[in-house]
Design a protein around this ligand. Structure first.
Ligand code: IPM
Ligand code: SF4
Length: 472
């Protein structure tokens, strides 16, 4: 029977079905990545049960959520809670034999940026981790999904999770993206179209010419944010670009192992006649730079549109959500989106902080200055990205434009460290969530691509990056 890529990967990892329908299974997990924020209770559980970690070499720890990102690195954490969490994480990794990229480690960074750049994420694998944006790995043809703390403990003890098979949704993106339109705009357009729970219960597979045309890093942005429409899995068939991306990465297979791996990866695609439970189509030519206006990632419009009017919404629950979002965001219905003034600009997060993202923002910023009254910062996704950017002089482009050039971490993506917006401050942000309070109590977040954040920083208001990119 014809199979989807998702079913191929799940089938190859099923240890045994756990119910008569076969939907609930015991699933083998190849690898995980741990952070200081979601792992403590899992380790405490192991300690209490006196259980070891089954395969410590299949896990990697990295400190990312709570660490400061000030330019000068130190092991000191100004916040006692963050210091405690980090110290316990260091102790757990040491005691259970798990490799750790601590704050001072040269490879430290946001877990999903680190895992892909070191070559730990390989096509056909299942990777489950205590973070919802593990879906990022789908860009490499890997099934990645987030798990809760008790599942992390189960994984650490057994290398398995209890897993419910998802339905499959194919999202076909045909056509060609226009100049200045980015993969972030594709995923924001999808989330806007199908809603924040439009893919709940599904694994998405992205197909189509516009996806194939993207770089591997650009594809990661799409798979990363697929969880914002509810998908707990976002697949893309690995192709030559993926293989080239992986070849030579420090932890990718080498020599004969590489050849064998490559041969097996060629089969990782949905069969031509595979049937999906749902189908969605987008046309890349119709997609324009997107920004959110509300407090959910699906409350988004194109940069040249207006803040929508709740009065036009017939569903009372949605109308209420819109009214509440407008109130929180301090916006009026009908206001042109590109007149919304900002005070802060943030480029970072596992969605958009890789080297290509920084290059794209730098293209907009080169020779220009951040508007008066705007505080802007760029937080590279990993210490390696930071070094690579410095090697090509991107740090200087940001600094000359008036951006702060920071160390790596989640930072203002969710404000669990000291990078926090003040109440009422409005931020153009290359992140993935614009929930109430996400970047600080009362803070207002507008999601967009890194190029769009750079454009907003220069204009002092939400602005169309295409005006600064001249055909790029
Ligand atoms: C802290 C963690 C549980 C959370 C996630 O799972 O995604 C965070 O990374 C986020 O982006 O909201
Ligand atoms: S960068 Fe943001 S979205 Fe990504 S793991 Fe960190 S907090 Fe979550």
């Amino acid at each position: 029977m014809a199979k989807t890529l998702y079913d191929k990967i799940v089938d190859s990892h099923v240890i045994r079905p756990l119910d008569a329908s076969g939907r609930q299974v015991l699933l083998y997990v190849d690898r995980t990545v741990l952070n200081e924020y979601t792992s403590p209770q899992a380790f405490t559980g192991l300690r209490q049960a006196q259980r070891p970690v089954w395969r410590p070499q299949a896990a990697l720890g990295t400190v990312d959520h709570v660490n400061p990102t000030a330019a000068r690195r130190t092991t000191q954490m100004p916040d006692p809670g963050a210091a405690r969490q980090t110290a316990y994480f260091v102790e757990n990794c040491r005691d259970f034999g798990i490799e750790l990229f601590d704050v001072m480690h040269p490879l430290q960074g946001i877990e999903h940026v680190v895992m892909t750049e070191i070559g730990s994420v390989l096509p056909g694998m299942v990777i489950a981790a205590g973070d919802s944006h593990t879906t990022t790995y789908g860009a490499l043809g890997t099934l990645g999904f987030g798990i809760g703390t008790s599942d992390i403990e189960h994984y650490l003890a057994t290398q398995t999770v209890i897993y419910k098979r998802l339905k499959t949704m194919r999202v076909t993106v045909d056509g060609t993206l226009g100049p200045g339109v980015r993969s972030k705009d594709i995923i924001m357009a999808l989330v806007e179209k199908i809603g924040a729970s439009g893919a709940t219960g599904y694994a998405i597979e992205f197909q189509g010419a516009a996806i194939r045309a993207l770089s591997v890093e650009a594809r990661m942005t799409i798979c990363n944010m697929a969880v914002e429409c509810g998908a707990r899995g976002a697949m893309m068939a690995p192709d030559e670009k993926v293989f080239a991306y992986l070849q030579g990465r420090p932890r990718a297979p080498q020599g004969a192992l590489w050849d064998a791996a490559l041969a097996s990866w060629q089969a990782l695609h949905s069969d031509a006649d595979a049937v999906f439970d749902a189908e969605v189509a987008l046309h890349a030519d119709d997609i324009a730079p997107m920004v959110t206006w509300g407090t959910s990632p699906d409350q988004a419009v194109r940069i040249h549109q207006h803040v929508p009017d709740p009065a036009g919404e017939t569903d009372p629950a949605r109308r209420h959500d819109m009214e509440r979002a407008l109130h929180y965001m301090g916006l009026r219905a009908g206001q042109a989106v590109d007149t919304i003034a900002i005070q802060r600009a943030f480029i970072g997060s596992c969605t958009n902080s890789r080297i290509e993202d920084l290059r794209d923002a730098a293209r907009v910023l080169r020779g220009r200055k951040v508007a008066a009254g705007v505080t802007a910062m760029v937080v590279p996704g990993s210490s390696s990205v930071r070094r690579a950017a410095e090697a090509e002089g991107l740090d200087q482009v940001f600094i000359d434009a008036g951006f702060e050039w920071r160390q790596s971490g989640c930072s203002m993506c969710l404000a669990m460290n000291d990078d926090i917006l003040a109440s009422g401050e409005r931020c153009a942000s290359s992140t993935n969530r614009n929930f109430e309070g996400r970047q600080g109590t009362g803070a207002r977040t507008h999601l967009m691509s890194p190029a769009m954040v750079a454009a907003a920083a220069i204009a002092g208001r939400l602005a169309d990056a295409r005006a600064y990119l001249e055909g790029m």
